[in-house]
Write a new protein. Structure first.
Length: 148
C-alpha cells in the first residue's frame, strides 16, 4: 500500500514540475498539415493562392469542441511555431490574431493573400476550438517563397 502511495506521489510530481509543452487537445499521431500548392523555394506572383492540406484530422470551425478536428492558421514572416519570444506561450495559451497569425475560424481551407515583393516565410498550424495548437502540435514545415 505504501509503495502504491509513493508511486502515485511520484507520478503526480512529474505532472507538477513538467512545463506545458502544448495545449490540452490531443491530436492523432498520423495527423499532418501541409501546403497543397506551394513548395519551399517557389517564386510566385501576388496575389498568392494558398491551399491548406490536412490528413488524419478534420476541419471544424473555431468554437467547435470535437475530437480530432481543428481549424487552420497561417503564420507569416515569423519563427516556426514554438520558436521565438512567445514560443512557449503560444503553445500553451493559443495563437494571437494579427498580420502574422491569420485564423481561418470559419473552417476555410484556402486563401488568397497579398504579400509584398521579396522573400516571405509561411507555416500552417492547426488550432483547436480555442485557437491553441494540439498536443502534439500539427504544423507544416516552414516554407520560404519569393514574391515577384
Ligand atoms: Cu484560430
Amino acid at each position: 500500500m505504501k509503495l502504491i502511495t509513493k508511486a502515485l506521489i511520484f507520478v503526480s510530481s512529474i505532472y507538477l514540475v513538467s512545463p506545458a509543452l502544448a495545449g490540452e487537445t490531443a491530436s492523432p499521431a498520423d495527423a499532418r498539415v501541409y501546403f497543397v500548392n506551394l513548395l519551399d523555394g517557389d517564386q510566385v506572383t501576388a496575389p498568392i493562392s494558398v491551399i491548406f492540406g490536412l490528413s488524419g484530422m478534420g476541419v471544424a470551425p473555431a468554437g467547435t469542441e470535437k475530437a480530432n478536428t481543428g481549424h487552420h492558421h497561417l503564420l507569416v514572416d515569423r519563427p516556426a511555431l514554438g520558436q521565438g519570444e512567445d514560443g512557449a506561450d503560444e503553445l500553451e495559451y493559443g495563437l494571437p490574431s494579427d498580420e502574422q497569425h491569420i485564423h481561418f475560424g470559419g473552417g476555410q481551407t484556402e486563401v488568397t493573400i497579398d504579400l509584398s515583393s521579396g522573400q516571405h516565410s509561411l507555416q500552417l498550424v492547426l488550432g483547436d476550438y480555442a485557437h491553441t495548437p494540439h498536443n502534439r502540435p500539427v504544423v507544416s514545415e516552414v516554407i520560404h517563397i519569393t514574391v515577384d
